[in-house]
Design a protein around this ligand. Structure first.
Ligand code: F0G
Length: 466
């Protein structure tokens, strides 16, 4: 038997968990319009809504924050942060933003024109929304294997290179940049291989299209490359990550993931002229270039966090805990996307609720029941997020109806995860009694955040189990 992979840290500060009863949760969920984003966090026991900004920071990060130099211009914290990012990425310009989407907003405002096309493996929803906001079209070209949730492929985040070439050929002159999301969040948190990144880089050079990484989870991606890609075992995760960045011309980065912070991000670029325009826009919407959208203490925490995310003991523990949750769920009859991703487990809601059609939101129905039954908050990634109803009433949903259970970094222990698995198994045992939902409020943009629903049929309550 292989030895238990344990947390490579001990706990210094604790926070109580909310322990609630099912009748209370029913009231709170109804008040929130059956949208888990509308809940007060105090009503949630296990919060797996996102791994973004929910990290427990280390004593190293907290003490670095005390060094924060809050000077308006030329803060030494900025230079410390800049040198860590430059050493990792090799990019010439590092522009701090308050989070990932602020970097996206600046990048696309400067590069995307009406009718342009931006290919990626899968765009994250804020990335897509920012591209579309500027009149562009965000194309998802992930390899076909990603559409099969059971396929045990090591790099289901890879882009389909033939489709990418066809896109670059068909839209010559209308592709301002190509992106790759590492790991591929909207596609199940699946990693991209170094081989695929090398090919994308070469293709983009051939077509003279800049290539940018959406690098939020670069460390988890590099760890999977080390584990799974032939010839990479002996390299350090940091060396692999450095090569990933070397292949690109820049990146957007949300520090709220592998930056291990609660707020912060950056845009990094090699192109001097584009960087100058980005800094000008930054001053308009975020702040002066040596703090961007952050307090200097946030930049200190981010500089330490990026370094900690590359610690291989940490990455081993991190990916082992995601796998533990996924394997535990499978064992109690909850089907998940295989193999487990880097930051989250994606439950296949369609497979669990085959009787609920896409237009009745099976993922949302399952996510709501996980909350009602166990106080677990998760996130639907299915027809709520990507489904569309045409004026004639026809409904198109995405390929997969998923519920994402994202693990915050360094937050929950193994017994927390054990309890979540038990609770999810109890929901799975009576999955055929779950009913779908009707959307009563359908916002135009990023509707999953604020949509409201009502249940199609009330499910008989069971005793509270938390
Ligand atoms: N790109 C990816 C791949 C992301 O996962 C996110 C955020 C962003 C960009 C935007 O970054 O939130 O700092 O503005 N993902 C979060 C999530 C919200 O829950 O997956 P941000």
């Amino acid at each position: 038997m292989s030895p238990t992979v344990f947390e490579p840290f001990k706990v210094k500060v604790v926070e109580p968990l909310a322990l609630t009863e099912r009748p209370q949760r029913e009231r709170w969920l109804a008040d929130a319009g059956w949208n888990l984003f509308g809940l007060h966090a105090d009503t949630v026991t296990f919060d797996l809504l996102t791994d973004s900004g929910t990290t427990a920071m280390s004593s190293g990060q907290w003490s670095a924050m005390m060094r924060g130099d809050e000077s308006y211009a030329g803060s030494r914290s900025f230079f410390r942060f800049e040198s860590v990012v430059k050493e990792l990425t090799g990019f010439r310009h590092v522009i701090p933003t308050h989070q990932g989407r602020a970097a996206e907003r600046i990048l696309f405002a400067l590069t995307v024109l009406e009718g342009d096309v931006v290919p990626s493996n899968n765009h994250f929803d804020t990335t897509r929304a920012n591209i579309e906001h500027d009149g562009g079209k965000a194309l998802d070209l992930v390899a076909d294997v990603a559409h099969d949730p059971r396929a045990e492929h090591p790099f289901k985040g890879d882009i389909d290179l033939e489709k990418l070439r066809a896109c670059l050929e068909a839209h010559r002159g209308r592709v301002p940049l190509a992106m790759m999301t590492v790991t591929n969040n909207a596609g199940g948190g699946q990693p991209v291989s170094l081989e695929n990144l090398r090919c994308v880089s070469a293709l983009c050079k051939e077509y003279e299209v800049p290539f940018l990484l959406d690098a939020c989870r670069f460390a988890e991606n590099a760890w999977f490359i080390k584990q799974r890609e032939p010839g990479q075992k002996r390299r350090s995760v940091k060396e692999i990550a450095q090569e990933m960045f070397l292949l690109a011309d820049g990146c957007t980065f949300s520090g709220k993931k592998d930056g291990m912070v609660n707020m912060g991000g950056f845009l990094a670029l090699d192109d001097d002229a584009l960087a100058e325009r980005a800094r000008n826009l930054l001053i308009l919407t975020e702040g002066f270039p040596t703090y961007g959208g952050c307090a200097a203490r946030d930049l200190e925490a981010l500089a330490v966090g990026i370094t900690e995310a590359l610690d291989e003991r940490y990455l081993e523990y991190r990916t082992a805990s995601v796998r533990y949750l996924a394997d535990g769920l499978e064992a109690v009859g909850v089907p998940t996307m295989r193999p487990p991703g880097g930051h989250a487990v994606y439950v296949d809601a369609q497979a669990l609720l085959p009787h609920v059609p896409a237009r009745e939101f099976p993922g949302q129905a399952l996510a709501c029941e996980l909350y009602l039954h166990g106080g677990i908050r998760s996130c639907e990634i299915g027809s709520v997020m990507f489904g569309r109803e045409a004026p004639d009433g026809t409904f198109t949903g995405p390929d997969l109806e998923l519920v994402r259970l994202a693990l915050p970094r360094r937050v929950y222990t193994q017994s927390h995860v054990d309890r979540m698995i038990e609770l999810a198994g109890e929901v799975a045992d009576r999955a055929d009694s779950l009913r779908g939902l009707r959307m009563t409020h359908d916002p135009k943009v990023l509707r999953h955040f604020t949509a409201r629903f009502e249940p199609l049929e009330v499910v008989a309550p069971t005793p509270a189990l938390v």
